[in-house]
Design a protein around this ligand. Structure first.
Ligand code: PLP
Length: 835
């Protein structure tokens, strides 16, 4: 029992008056009208689609929060182990459609909204994406939350409530322009918990004294305090009452609204300065994907979020009155990349400094609690913090890191006596100028399991960046959990007609809970009606995207053309530059042909989308070239429908839900060994699109599942990349002849001012072609020709498409979460008893 619980005699009245949310269409309409009229203070005469969206969302939110309450009660009474997923990014997208589908009430809402004068599609469109993430890593966290709730695992997500999520991208005159994304104007999906706050300390100094038993006691004093306020977002499971929690922390000045003394003495401006400084911590998401910049505010964000989350987790554990050694039996914490690694140090600080445990005992608890997921081998993405910066902001944590490192290096020394190079390589501290803290090393030392996110990636971390740690800890500490995606959002919600066709053949919607049931549709791959409908659905999705293209870019595209899509963050390693060079090659080829010969060509629409980090000059140049090529090609009368080049602005989750189901072929063409997994590759195949890709990340496992005949692979292998790069530097390096012609056309000014694009050309020609664009170009072009040929055989193409979808069961995030639960977290789902 908790202190605030209602006394036994009054509970009857309480239970009699308990609310349950709407049950049917009539109840739904009542709730919508009530919310319009009271919560929103609008009326029958003043209710637009935005108000209908808000009221509809509030009606669903009410239901969710009741289920949330019950889920939490169930979990507390069961007293079982919980998992906490710490992620600095949650790329959730829209919530309403997802909530309606997961609860199984979309039909009710559709009919109810129609009664009240609204089309459900228009209402859904009103919602602003919750875009608290950059790309794959943040979207993975969102898919995991969906699976954790759907599988009834007791789980919480912890993140930051950014006031500004990832910026909105506008394309102006072919250039990316960033616009702030203020998304919190009215967000019906969050519950502010003004009573759940934590004081977070920064700066200050450490004093040490010895107690009566000779034990050293460290105290962190002084500095400044910032308040963390909890905002809870309910996460509904699919076809289950389980509703988990995503707790996001918002920063506020600890001293209240503003400094009254300053205010009263006439210093109005400075009276609010503290408040603003505090609020800056959770103000904005850093817009870098796979890049570490080492900014102080980012470190502040990390500590703020981690300290608030751990305080919350520890408080919950303490209510159980268990002994500390039982902490890892009750709590599993997963670190999504190294961003939350300070949690390792913070838990050790809580146990040693605040709870008085011995170092050894505390460290055993810490290392049994944490698991670390590595997301990249790219050196520029591996987090490091400068020691002087750390010393200033978190003086006690720096001492603890030095102690952790000392004990770790002593253990390494015992195993590898006199191997000073080994000690230097594995040390948490890099002996550079200034010294740097290697967060990945700290995460490995502080966790009991380290996993990569696809087989190739997990092998690579064991043989390259973490090789020494495999020797130190043994191979069992390192494991693989291949990423997955939630079929609820990425099939059922994004592609309702395909989902319906599949359920008509599998017999139910159960494939959405057990994706391996997709295998059943392979029996129908020769069924003429099934195939016809399969093709019609893809075509309808392409028509919808073509309309969007027309509305947003003004360009007419033919839905019968082959839609070739590359949507993801713009990055040199993802090689959008190779794609656009390939498009230019196609354009030059078409121009060189007679009109008769041209007619034999497969018409294509090349569709790009994705944001460049605001400071990433080369990525912005790539966006500019894509737009410049589009401006020429799309207006060339010789070309017509044979080739169109489209850049869709502001790629985000809700756009992805429209674009992905409309793809014929999508491009996952990273330099082998650079993309840890990729998840959009899985989404495209699940929606019946084929892939052109390199042997990288999860492409390899996708190939294994769907069969080599159903994917277009090309390019050099990861195992050869290092030698090729070495050759670029020390051997002869000539640009592929077809690519040289592309460069020539750009340099002639075919697409505008050549100087605007010289960075991309010289990266290949003069600066070692680090991403092997030239080496892979010939193989890429040849494989694109195979794609054209395969597409012209529509019958064969549809067979490939059906077979691929049927074999995608492995890539559900449910499978993935079950692997984490069993292999890393040691937790069980909580059974749901009928209430
Ligand atoms: N951005 C959004 C909006 C996504 O939905 C996804 C995944 O599908 C990604 C980025 C990651 O894409 P990729 O795996 O191709 O890097």
């Amino acid at each position: 029992t908790v202190e605030a619980s209602i006394p036994e005699p009054q509970r009857k009245a309480w239970l009699e008056h308990q609310t349950h949310g709407f049950k049917d269409k009539d109840g739904f309409e009542k709730e919508v009208v009530r919310h319009v009229e009271t919560t929103l203070a609008r009326s029958l005469y003043n209710c637009d689609e935005q108000a209908a969206y808000s009221a509809c969302s509030l009606a669903f939110r009410d239901r969710l929060i009741l289920e949330w309450n019950r889920t939490q009660q169930r979990q507390t009474f069961a007293d079982s182990k919980r998992v906490y997923y710490l992620s600095l990014e949650f790329l959730m997208g829209r919530a309403l459609d997802n909530a309606m589908l997961n609860i199984g009430q979309k039909d009710v809402a559709k009919a109810g909204l129609a009664d009240l004068g609204f089309r459900i599609e228009d209402v859904i469109e009103q919602e602003h994406d919750a875009a608290l993430g950059n790309g794959g890593l943040g979207r993975l966290a969102a898919c995991f939350l969906d699976s954790l709730a759907s599988l009834n695992y007791p789980a919480w997500g912890y993140g930051l409530r950014y006031r500004y999520g990832i910026f909105k991208q506008e394309i102006i005159d072919g250039y990316q322009v960033e616009v702030p994304d203020y998304w919190l104007d009215f967000n019906p999906w969050e519950f502010p918990r003004h009573d759940v706050t934590v004081d977070i300390q920064f700066y200050g100094h450490v004093t040490k004294r010895t107690d009566d038993n000779g034990k050293t006691i460290a105290t962190w004093e002084g500095g400044e305090i910032v308040k963390a306020v909890a905002y809870d977002v309910p996460i509904p499971g699919y076809a289950t009452p389980s509703t988990n929690n995503l707790r996001l922390w918002s920063s506020k000045a600890a001293s209240g609204e503003f400094d009254f003394q300053k205010f009263n003495s006439g210093d109005y401006e400075n009276s609010v300065a503290d408040q603003q400084r505090a609020e800056t911590i959770s103000a904005v998401l850093y817009p870098n994907d796979n890049l570490d910049r080492g900014k102080e505010l980012r470190l502040k964000q990390q500590y703020f979020w981690v300290a608030a989350s751990l305080y919350d987790i520890v408080r919950r554990f303490k209510k159980s009155k268990r002994a500390w050694k039982e902490f890892p039996d009750q709590v599993a914490i997963q670190l999504n990349d190294t961003h939350p690694t300070l949690a390792v140090v913070e838990l050790q600080r809580i146990l040693v400094d605040l709870e008085g445990l011995d170092w050894e005992e505390a460290w055993n608890i810490v290392t049994s609690t944490f698991g670390y997921t590595n997301h990249t081998v790219l050196p520029e993405a591996l987090e490091k913090w400068s020691v002087p910066l750390f010393q200033h902001l978190l003086p006690r944590h720096l001492q603890l890191i030095y102690d952790i490192n000392l004990f770790f290096l002593q253990s390494v020394e015992r195993k590898f006596p006199k191997d000073r190079d080994m000690l230097a390589r594995v040390s948490i501290i890099e002996e550079s100028q200034p010294k740097m803290i290697r967060m990945a090393h700290l995460a490995i030392v502080g966790s009991h399991k380290v996993n990569g996110v696809a087989e190739l990636h997990s092998d690579l971390i064991k043989t390259t960046i973490f090789k020494d740690f495999v020797e130190v800890f043994g191979p069992d500490k390192f494991t693989n959990v291949t990423n997955g995606i939630t079929p609820r959002r990425w099939l059922h919600q994004a592609n309702p007609r395909l989902s319906e066709l599949i359920s008509s053949k599998t017999g139910s919607n159960n494939f959405l809970k057990d994706l391996t049931e997709l295998a059943k549709i392979e029996h129908y791959k020769d069924d003429a009606d099934f195939r016809k409908e399969w093709a019609e659905i893809k075509y309808a999705n392409k028509v919808r995207l073509a309309k969007h293209i027309k509305n947003t870019t003004g360009v007419d595209v033919n839905p019968s053309a082959l839609f070739d899509v590359q949507v993801k963050r713009i990055h040199e390693y993802k090689r959008q530059q190779m794609n656009i060079f390939g498009v230019i090659h196609r354009y030059l080829t078409l121009k060189s042909l007679s009109p008769e010969e041209r007619k034999k060509f497969q018409p294509r629409v090349s569709i790009f989308g994705g944001k460049a980090a605001p400071g990433y000059w080369m990525a912005k140049q790539i966006i500019h070239l894509i737009n410049a090529v589009g401006a020429v090609v799309n207006n060339d009368k010789d070309i017509g429908d044979l080739l169109k080049v489209i850049f869709l602005e502001d790629y985000n989750v809700s756009k992805a839900e429209m674009i992905i189901p409309a793809s014929d072929i999508s491009e996952h063409i990273s330099t082998a060994g650079t993309e840890a997994s990729g998840t959009s590759n899985m989404k495209f195949v699940l929606n019946g699109g084929l892939i052109i890709g390199t042997c990288d990340g999860a492409n390899i496992e996708i190939t294994r599942e769907i069969g080599e005949q159903n994917i277009f692979l090309f390019g050099n292998l990861a195992e050869d990349v290092e030698d090729i790069r070495h050759n670029h530097t020390y051997g002869s390096h000539t640009v592929d002849p077809d690519l040289a012609k592309v460069f020539e056309a750009i340099e002639k000014g075919t697409f505008g001012e050549p100087n605007d694009f010289m960075g991309m050309i010289s990266a290949v020609r003069d600066h070692g072609d680090f991403y092997l664009v030239s080496d892979d170009f010939h193989s890429y072009i040849e494989t694109q020709e195979l794609v054209d040929k395969a597409y012209r055989d529509q019958d064969g193409w549809i067979t490939k498409s059906i077979e691929s979808v049927a074999r995608m069961g492995f890539f559900s995030s449910d499978r993935c979460i079950n692997e984490y639960a069993e292999g890393i977290w040691n937790i069980e789902p909580l059974p749901i008893k009928e209430q």
